[in-house]
Design a protein around this ligand. Structure first.
Ligand code: ZN
Ligand code: ZN
Length: 265
């Protein structure tokens, strides 16, 4: 793969963290980013009660689309949410269902100062699916890119924050330059799945000359709903030679009726 690199070196001030962190914690006690209570663990940015609410889909997940499913409904061909869908990506790993506390937290995480919250959610995703992440060999972590207009105005990219944190934790390179979004796409809120797929078709491209032959890519985003965005991004990566794409998201959006269905499964 042409663009693979090495994980960035740890900064000197991070290496000295064991010396200065206790003083910082004493002067500024850590507070849960959702409710302000004290986390039980100094490494965590959420208290136990909020972490439980954010991990809103414990148990089995569909290995194809990441939806929460009952233990007897997980099959290699998918679940009720993705049955009959043809995805170019191999699988989706998600923290929970896009609903309730997790939906609210992602909304805050997408705001200008939402970076720490989005990193905390990514840590929960890693903690819940550590075995699955470690079983994979990724060459690079790639975020779903924003429209150039959003980049121009410096709007915080939640997908990029998720990708950065995954790359840091997995010690793999983060490569935002692999995928571009040359033109804006209409808002997908409320659009039917078939409309979303048409809108997203050809929305992404790999820069000319970038060869990804055989690359195994971890594609990161904050939310996956129909999968149309991840599908379009995966098709662009594979057209440039990528061999395998796994998608990691904080939440799997299932739509109101699907969310209810997932809960009673
Ligand atoms: Zn809390
Ligand atoms: Zn599924």
């Amino acid at each position: 793969m042409a663009d693979a690199g090495h994980p960035s070196q740890t900064a000197w001030w991070q290496r000295l963290r064991p010396w200065w962190q206790p003083a910082v914690d004493f002067l500024f006690p850590p507070a849960c980013l959702v409710c302000g209570a004290s986390p039980s663990d100094l490494e965590s940015v959420f208290c136990d009660a909020c972490a439980d609410q954010l991990q809103n889909a414990p148990g089995a997940h569909c290995t194809r689309c990441g939806a929460a499913v009952g233990p007897n409904l997980v099959t290699l061909s998918g679940c009720g949410h993705c049955h009959g869908e043809h995805f170019a990506f191999r699988r989706v790993i998600a923290l929970g269902v896009y609903d309730g506390a997790l939906q609210a937290a992602i909304g805050h995480g997408q705001q200008v100062h939402g970076g720490p919250l989005m990193r905390g959610l990514t840590d929960l995703l890693m903690a819940d699916h550590l075995t699955e992440f470690l079983a994979e060999e990724f060459d690079a972590v790639v975020p779903i890119p924003q429209d150039w207009q959003r980049r121009f105005f410096g709007i915080h990219s939640a997908a990029e924050t998720v990708a950065e944190r995954l790359a840091e934790r997995l010690q793999r390179p983060m490569r935002a330059s692999i995928l571009r979004k040359p033109r804006p796409t209409p808002s997908q809120t409320g659009a039917a799945p078939s409309v979303r797929r048409v809108q997203q078709r050809g929305a992404f491209e790999v820069p000319t000359g970038m060869i990804l032959t055989g690359a195994r890519i971890l594609l990161a985003d904050d939310v996956l709903t129909t999968g149309a965005t991840a599908e379009a991004a995966t098709r662009a990566l594979k057209a440039a030679g990528a061999a395998d794409v796994v998608v990691a998201v904080i939440a799997r959006g299932l739509g109101a009726s699907s969310v209810r269905a997932a809960r009673v499964e």
